[in-house]
Design a protein around this ligand. Sequence first.
Ligand SMILES: Nc1ncnc2c1ncn2[C@@H]1O[C@H](COP(=O)(O)OP(=O)(O)OP(=O)(O)O)[C@@H](O)[C@H]1O
Ligand SMILES: [Mg+2]
Length: 366
Amino acid sequence: MNVQKIALNGFRNYEWETTEFSPGTNVICGPNAQGKTNLLEAVYMLSCGRSFRTRFDKELVGFGFSEGEILAEVWSHERQQTVDLRFRVGQPKRITVNGVKKTAGELAAVVNTVLFCPDDLNLIKEGAAVRRRLMDNAISQIRPRYAEILTEFNRLYEHKTRILKDWREKPSLLETLDEFSDGMARASAQLIRYRAAYAARLNQTAPPIHREFSGKGEELSLRYQTVSTVRDPYASAKEIYYDICDHQERHRQAELESAQCLTGAHKDDLEIEINGRSARSFASQGQTRTAALSLKLAEREILQAESGEMPILLLDDVLSELDQKRQEFVLNRIGGGQTLITCCEDAEISRRTGGKVLLVEKGKIR
Ligand SMILES: Nc1ncnc2c1ncn2[C@@H]1O[C@H](COP(=O)(O)OP(=O)(O)OP(=O)(O)O)[C@@H](O)[C@H]1O
Ligand SMILES: [Mg+2]
């Protein structure tokens, strides 16, 4: 799959701009603060309807505009498709594919992306939230149902957290607490099955990439961690649900005292080891970067195997953060699909990739 053409109208610092991409490598270059990441963000949004930089659609609308639009021609599933996203301040966004209204979750059936940005280089050392997001983004693209359950889970989580924070002032809130706990346990049970399956898949796909990448036969391994009472995350949703309820019962009092949700899939993690030791605690800077890249490249392979199409790879500013050897590895691996790479200096990278160069300056693309 690839984006052939994109029009950005009142999107970020693009007032009225159209550009075409090559189906292979595209090098997006230009000085700082000109709109390179904004362009990548627009392409990313075609796959999920939301930004990786903000939760608020109103930030996407260009200053001085009342509406923003991303309109793209995409080649996907052997045909040309038109994806249109419109944002209006104070209104829900409007998404259409080939003129038919769609939800954000349905976009994954048309466009898939794998994004890699400098923050991802810290994927291994950071808190569990980043690694959950890694799983969530990937699974949502291959399993639309997952995205729905996750949205529902987050809604329940926020609501229950509010109850736990406010029950002292308003004891009547406690009447609905158990209902929310139960809903969270049910949704968690489903999320856990999907995550366990994805983690297992990642554990097959990422280690060979990492072994080759590290050049020293380093062994990467991943282990999915979830609610401690869950005996088998591959079991049926019903069994997992009962195990979670067990945890919930034992932590009900602690939840009331701490005003925090203690039971559920919101505390999951993906434990990453290199040569049998926790990467988070022991790996060097270089090792964690290599592992993070291996995970992302593995994600691209898994999405391709699932949908039969190579997802669009978006590399924001990562090359400058990598040493020569890692740069070469990435550039050698990106063949076979469409890639958009942003960087500040053009000549070098475009020479090395042979890609199309798009020069971005003040919201204009040349
Ligand atoms: N809603 C908006 N309307 C207009 N301009 C915006 C909006 N949001 C962000 N910008 C501007 O867009 C500009 C470019 O941002 P972008 O992140 O794409 O830069 P960049 O080219 O990736 O730069 P860098 O090399 O520093 O990463 C910034 O100057 C920012 O102020
Ligand atoms: Mg940028």
